[in-house]
Design a protein around this ligand. Structure first.
Ligand code: GLC
Length: 451
């Protein structure tokens, strides 16, 4: 069964390759002509490609990943070189496609102007940086990191620390839908996934950016931000029963330099579900945090990436894994893994999603189960010494995914139904299973995404 699933996944991955000037430079997000928004999914998304890219690196196919990195960079440089461009200078495209004109081929990026909801893909430059460093790590090709255009892009990550936005926290402030959840879901502000990616990418960028006098200021800012971000996340995003009790008894309206409730979180905002749901000896990083606002929802990818990038302490990592184990039915269920828990419903769904039917309760981003999240689950479990948990999740996915033809996501509280509007033949569902398998076979691959 396992071999058939992997063969099938590789067939899908190969079929998704996109060619530019005769060379593979990316993978289409899905190969489902009947799927919703089929045109959109024919593009190569930066965040989706990272999963394919890690598989290619593990298979020694460094060229494809290198060509992808440079293609995405070419589109970015062209955009930022245009005197009329108005987008933020650190943004990379969400996706790109290959345009075939009468005489030539052309790479065309989407910086949010075509994407559904016209959202800003803040995570693209962060994922790109992580994949770049994995490529250098896998190939030893330091010349790639030293290229002038690559160095300029690494500086785009550091420049995010230069405080040119209206920020007071070390976290990065973004609009709704700036990452994997690319539509309105009440995830504006300081969502965990962006913070984890920012931390991982900033750390890698600092490692590879040249230590020139010209870069000195940005490097100092970056190092400072990294340390502050880590301490802030570990302290203020962390939630376990002890911390929940403290929040439950928080004093409010504290003015001045000290106090225990710096963000003025009102105990009345603690949702009922969390008190019952949070097991003893477990914990997690909350989904979002801002003034007077703690989003108690559990977002899987942010928590898992935080473990992988060493943003959590070892004790916190253990406790996040214990949460997944203790709440297996809620979080893993019939298909690893739920994107977030619990779903928004009723008035909260109406107000926070703008009554989005695609994000109906327990569907899609709103509590749907996403096979692509298997690989970070397996990676984080292996890193935290919880191999049996990783194996168990892998078996669940390997059994169903080929049978169901690699859906993009699953619906329902237990993730038992193929998503109502899900594409089939979704590339990162297949690449995610291959990557999870490779990690289980050879955990040293974790070094591609080092702390
Ligand atoms: C959806 C997902 C997004 C993904 C894209 C392509 O828009 O929300 O995370 O990158 O599809 O698969």
């Amino acid at each position: 069964m396992k071999t058939t699933a992997l063969d099938d996944a590789y067939r899908l991955l190969d079929a998704s390759l996109m060619f530019y000037q005769g060379r593979p430079v990316g993978t289409a997000a899905a190969n489902d002509p009947k799927g919703p928004a089929a045109e959109n999914y024919r593009e190569c998304f930066i965040r989706d490609f990272v999963v394919s890219g890690l598989v290619f690196l593990a298979d020694g196919k460094v060229e494809i990943v290198r060509d992808f990195l440079l293609a995405a960079l070419e589109v970015t440089e062209r955009e930022h070189g245009n005197p009329e461009q108005t987008i933020h200078p650190s943004v990379m495209p969400a996706s790109f496609r290959i345009r075939h004109d009468a005489l030539a081929e052309r790479l065309e990026g989407d910086f949010g102007e075509r994407a559904i909801g016209r959202v800003a893909p803040v995570d693209s430059v962060l994922w790109w940086t992580l994949l770049l460093c994995a490529t250098v790590q896998a190939s030893g090709d330091r010349a790639l990191a030293a290229r002038a255009d690559v160095q300029r892009n690494l500086k785009r990550v550091l420049a995010l620390c230069a405080n040119d936005a209206f920020e007071v926290y070390p976290t990065l402030m973004v609009p709704d839908g700036a990452f994997m959840v690319d539509r309105r879901m009440g995830v504006y502000g300081h969502p965990l996934e962006i913070q984890a990616l920012f931390y991982g990418a900033l750390r890698r960028a600092l490692h590879y950016v040249e230590r020139t006098p010209e870069n000195r200021r940005l490097i100092a800012l970056g190092e400072q931000r990294l340390a502050n971000l880590r301490d802030y996340l570990r302290r203020f995003y962390w939630l376990d029963l002890q911390r929940l009790s403290a929040i439950h008894r928080f004093p409010t309206e504290e003015y001045g330099g000290t106090g225990s409730n710096l963000l003025n979180i009102h105990p009345e905002s603690i949702p009922e579900w969390v008190t019952e749901w949070l097991p003893e000896e477990a914990g997690y990083l909350v989904g979002n945090l801002g003034p007077g606002r703690m989003d108690f929802r559990f977002f899987s990818q942010g928590n898992l990436l935080a473990i992988l990038f060493g943003l959590t302490t070892v004790r916190q990592a253990t406790r996040i894994m214990s949460l997944i184990e203790a709440r297996w039915g809620d979080l893993v269920g019939a298909m690893p893994l739920k994107l977030c828990f619990p779903a928004l419903s009723g008035e909260a769904w109406r107000l926070l999603t703008g009554s989005d039917p695609k994000n109906a309760p327990w569907s899609y981003h709103n509590g749907g189960n996403w096979p692509v999240l298997l690989w970070p689950l397996v990676a984080a479990a292996l890193k935290s010494g919880r191999r049996p948990l990783a194996e168990r999740a892998f078996e669940v996915a390997a059994e169903r995914l080929p049978q169901d033809r690699w859906p993009e996501y699953y619906d329902g509280k237990g993730g038992r139904l193929i998503g109502r509007h899900a594409n089939l033949c979704q590339t990162w569902s297949a690449a995610g299973l291959i990557l999870a398998h490779k990690l289980l076979e050879d955990p040293s691959l974790l070094s591609l995404l080092p702390e």
